[in-house]
Design a protein around this ligand. Structure first.
Ligand code: ATP
Length: 378
C-alpha cells in the first residue's frame, strides 16, 4: 500500500440521485452534483440539516442506493460509473457500517453479534480465528468482559460499541457511520465522540460520518463537507468552516453570527453598514459596489480594556442592552445606532447593562459573503 498512500481512498465525482419517476411529475433531487475525496486515514463528515442528502450520499457510497449518475472510486477501483453502473456490489466493498438504530440482534450474545460478519461472510474463517478477531474487536471498544452477555442487557452506549466492534471486525477499508450517536444521551454522546475518533485514528481507518450536529462534526472531523438541499455548500477543516464561512447558510449553520447588511465600496475593502463604515476582509469574490452581508461571529469581536487608547480600525461605541453571564463567556446585546450587535466578552471584565463600551471588529474577521436576498431582487 505504501506507494498508494497519497491517493484518495474514496473519490465521489458529480454524484446525483433522483427519487421518483422523472416522466411522471418532478422527481425529488436528493443529491445534485456532489464532489469530494477522502484521503486515506482521514475522518470526513457530511454535515447539514435534515433532508439535505447526507444519508443518500452515504448509501450511494455503501452501494445500498443506485446513483442516478456520477462516479465513485474506492481504493483506486471504480465501484460505480455512468457507463457501467454498479461494478462492485455493497458486500464486496469491504465496508464497515454503523447506523442510528444500533441494529444489533437481541437474541444473540455480544460475541455472536460481532462474529456474525465473519461467520456469515463470503470467506470461511476458521473458528479459532473468529474467536481471536472478535475478542480483539471487543477489546478495542472495551467490551471484552461482556462478550457472553445478551444485548438487551447492555446500555445504549454499550450497544453502540457492539455495533462499532461488528463494523470493525473484518478490518474494513472504509467505515461508514450514519448518525450513530443520536440515540444516546448528551453526556454519553460526548464521550463516544472522543472514543470513536481515537479508535479510528488508532486503527488508521478511513471514515465517512454523517451528522446534523455541527459541534459533533467539528469535534470529530479532519474535514467537513457542509450540505444544503442536495448540494455541497462548503468543504474544509472544522477551523476553516467555522472561521471562514463562505455563505449566509454556512455562517448560520455553524453557530451564531452577526449578519450585517452591507454595501461594498469601489474596491471591496470597505463596507457601508448600519453600524457605520467598516473595513472588511478583502478575501472575497464579490463585485465592487455590490450589496453583501458582513459576517462576524460574536466571539470574534474584541472588547478592549477601557483604559487603553482606541487606535484600532473598526472601533465602535455601543450601549449594553442586555448581558447574560454564562461563566465561560458573557453574552451581550450591544445597541449601536438603533441596531443590535451580538458580542461575547471575557467573563473577567466587569460589565453591566446600560454601560457604554468600546468594541473592535478586527477587519480580517469581518467576512463578506453574498446576500441571498439582494441577488433575489436583481
Ligand atoms: P436526515 O438527517 O433527516 O436523514 P438527510 O440529509 O440524510 O436527512 P436524505 O435522507 O439523504 O437526507 O434525503 C434527501 C432527500 O431525498 C430528502 O428530500 C428525502 O425526502 C428524499 N428521499 C430520501 N430517500 C427517498 C426515497 N426512498 N424516496 C423518495 N425520496 C427520498
Amino acid at each position: 500500500s505504501g506507494d498508494n498512500d497519497e491517493r484518495a481512498l474514496l473519490v465521489v465525482r458529480d454524484l446525483r440521485k433522483y427519487f421518483g419517476d422523472p416522466d411522471r411529475g418532478s422527481p425529488v433531487i436528493a443529491i445534485d452534483s456532489v464532489n469530494f475525496e477522502v484521503k486515506r486515514g482521514d475522518f470526513l463528515t457530511l454535515l447539514g440539516p435534515s433532508g439535505c442528502g447526507k444519508s443518500t450520499t452515504l448509501q450511494c457510497i455503501a452501494g445500498l442506493q443506485h446513483p442516478s449518475s456520477g462516479q465513485i472510486d474506492m481504493d483506486g477501483e471504480i465501484v460505480f460509473s455512468d457507463q457501467q453502473g454498479i461494478t462492485v456490489p455493497a458486500n464486496k466493498r469491504k465496508l464497515g457500517m454503523v447506523f442510528q438504530s444500533y441494529a444489533i440482534w437481541p437474541h444473540m450474545t455480544v460475541f455472536d453479534n460481532v462474529a456474525f460478519p465473519l461467520v456469515h461472510g463470503s470467506a470461511r474463517v476458521p473458528s479459532a480465528e473468529v474467536k481471536r478477531r472478535v475478542m480483539e474487536a471487543l477489546e478495542l471498544v472495551e467490551l471484552d468482559h461482556l462478550a457472553l452477555r445478551y444485548s438487551p442487557h447492555l446500555s445504549g452506549g454499550q450497544q453502540q460499541r457492539v455495533a462499532l466492534a461488528r463494523a470493525l471486525v473484518h478490518q474494513p477499508k472504509l467505515l461508514l457511520l450514519d448518525e450513530p450517536l443520536s440515540n444516546l444521551d448528551v453526556q454519553l454522546r460526548d464521550t463516544m465522540r472522543v472514543e470513536i475518533r481515537q479508535l479510528v485514528k488508532q486503527l488508521g481507518i478511513t471514515t465517512v460520518f454523517v451528522t446534523h450536529d455541527q459541534a459533533e462534526a467539528m469535534s470529530m472531523s479532519d474535514e467537513i463537507v457542509l450540505m444544503q438541499s442536495g448540494r455541497i455548500m462548503q468543504k474544509g477543516t472544522p477551523r476553516q468552516i467555522f472561521l471562514c464561512p463562505k455563505s449566509r447558510f454556512a455562517a448560520d449553520f455553524m453557530g451564531r453570527s452577526n449578519l450585517i447588511p452591507a454595501a461594498l465600496n469601489h474596491d471591496g475593502t470597505i463596507a457601508d453598514t448600519p453600524f457605520g463604515q467598516l473595513r472588511c476582509n478583502p478575501d472575497h469574490k464579490l463585485a465592487p459596489n455590490s450589496r453583501a452581508l458582513l459576517v462576524i461571529r460574536p466571539q470574534a469581536i474584541v472588547v478592549p480594556d477601557p483604559e487603553v487608547d482606541a487606535v484600532s480600525p473598526n472601533t465602535l461605541l455601543g450601549e449594553i442592552r442586555t448581558l447574560s453571564f454564562l461563566g465561560e463567556t458573557v453574552e451581550i446585546d450591544l445597541g449601536i445606532n438603533g441596531h443590535c450587535l451580538k458580542v461575547m466578552a471575557d467573563p473577567y471584565l466587569s460589565l453591566s447593562a446600560g454601560q457604554v463600551i468600546r468594541v473592535v471588529l478586527p477587519p480580517e474577521r469581518c467576512l463578506v459573503v453574498p446576500d441571498p436576498d439582494a441577488s433575489d431582487r436583481t
